[in-house]
Design a protein around this ligand. Structure first.
Ligand SMILES: NC(=O)c1ccc[n+]([C@@H]2O[C@H](COP(=O)([O-])OP(=O)(O)OC[C@H]3O[C@@H](n4cnc5c(N)ncnc54)[C@H](O)[C@@H]3O)[C@@H](O)[C@H]2O)c1
Length: 333
């Protein structure tokens, strides 16, 4: 049984508390949050203790820590927890700064403790099945990947200001998905972004609508489209074209009823947002972490994967600002 401390009792902290408690081989021991009331509320829900970060990190009886705090705290906490000899599952992104994330990776290497990054979409059953089919060679040589990822509604501008921007905060999931599907980092990144959904997002220095083209070795291409607003819900689709065919994974709908009349055929909307659409993926992600730590095998999403996705985000941010294509090698140094 893995004994777990949870840092961060916000939106995603609640999701993780549920996954930890539901798993037969992990036990939630304590919850921490800088806002003590948030920690106490979540802890009470699971009948566990609310403690400070330091208490949890220093407790020899806790085996692993799940970091679900705000992004700007991730690298510092990953370093503290691994220094204390514990395993980590940390939410994306590793940091707002690529240089800081790289330093964190180097510090963690010295501790030899496992660190997994929360790219939960890899554990979505549909995307996982698509990737498995690619790996079995079912579409031959992979050529053109297309990822659509639209949120139902933009976040408040106060969130945008501290998020690190759309490329680091939102499209980072799609950068990881593209690297995972293609099996490598891209060589070149070209990004275009605008703030046509909410001009206030533009005033805050961010974009809310963006298209990024990634060029991989052997001329393979990935195109990623993000928007902070899709009036019909959370739009999450992937298409992968190869020399022998096309794989596609569509949206998961709120129900499977469709109505066909003279006026046309109507079906339900996509599940509303990530808490609905990806709930199964968070449980599968947690199960994969527990299995890796329990068996002392490699975690399926590494700190390197987190640093790589952040490097692509940094290149995309630079490309959108400069209007030029950015070589990944130039940001990785
Ligand atoms: N994988 C996903 O699908 C997904 C979804 C949402 C958020 N996230 C990531 O999870 C992280 C948290 O996002 P959220 O939406 O839950 O935000 P949130 O603001 O709802 O929760 C963050 C919590 O962390 C607490 N906190 C901040 N600094 C802390 C510190 N030093 N120590 C302890 N607690 C601290 C805050 O008080 C807050 O309660 C972000 O990095 C975000 O990018 C990932």
């Amino acid at each position: 049984m893995l004994r777990i401390g949870l840092l961060g009792a916000g939106r995603i902290g609640h999701v993780h508390a549920r996954a930890i408690s539901a798993h037969p081989q992990s036990e939630l021991i304590a919850v921490a949050d800088v806002v003590k009331e948030s920690a106490s509320k979540l802890a009470a829900q699971y009948g566990v203790e609310a403690r400070s970060n330091e208490d949890i990190i220093g407790d020899a009886a806790i085996d692993a820590v799940l970091i679900a705090t705000s992004t700007n705290t991730h690298s510092d906490l990953i370093e503290s927890v691994t220094r204390a000899g514990k395993a980590v599952l940390c939410e994306k992104p590793v940091d707002l700064s690529l240089a800081r994330a790289q330093a964190c990776r180097n510090a963690v290497a010295a501790t030899k403790r496992p660190v997994m990054i929360g790219f939960n979409r890899r554990f979505d059953p549909n995307f996982a099945a698509l990737k498995a089919a690619v790996d079995r060679g079912e579409i031959g040589k992979s050529e053109l990947l297309s990822i659509t990822s639209f949120d139902p509604a933009p976040p408040p501008v106060s969130y945008v200001k501290v998020s690190g921007g759309l490329f680091r905060d939102m499209m980072i999931h799609d950068f990881d998905m593209a690297c995972w599907m293609m099996g490598s980092l891209p060589q070149k990144v070209t990004a275009i972004g605008t703030s046509i959904v909410d001009p206030e997002i533009g005033k805050a220095g961010d974009v809310d609508t963006a298209v990024v083209t990634l060029t991989f070795a052997n001329g393979r291409i990935a195109v990623i489209k993000n928007s902070r607003r899709a009036s019909y819900g959370y739009d999450q689709r992937i298409e992968f074209l190869g020399s022998e065919g096309l794989l596609s994974a569509g949206n998961v709908l709120e129900n499977t009823v469709s109505k066909a009349t003279k006026a046309g055929v109507v079906s339900a909307k996509p599940e509303y947002f990530f808490l609905e659409r990806y709930m199964r993926s968070y449980a599968a992600e947690w199960a994969a972490f527990v299995e890796a730590v329990t068996n002392a095998s490699a975690v399926p999403v590494t700190l390197d994967d987190g640093v790589n996705a952040l490097a692509v985000a940094e290149a995309a941010t630079l490309s959108a600002k400069s209007g030029t294509t950015v070589d990944i090698a130039s940001v990785m140094k």
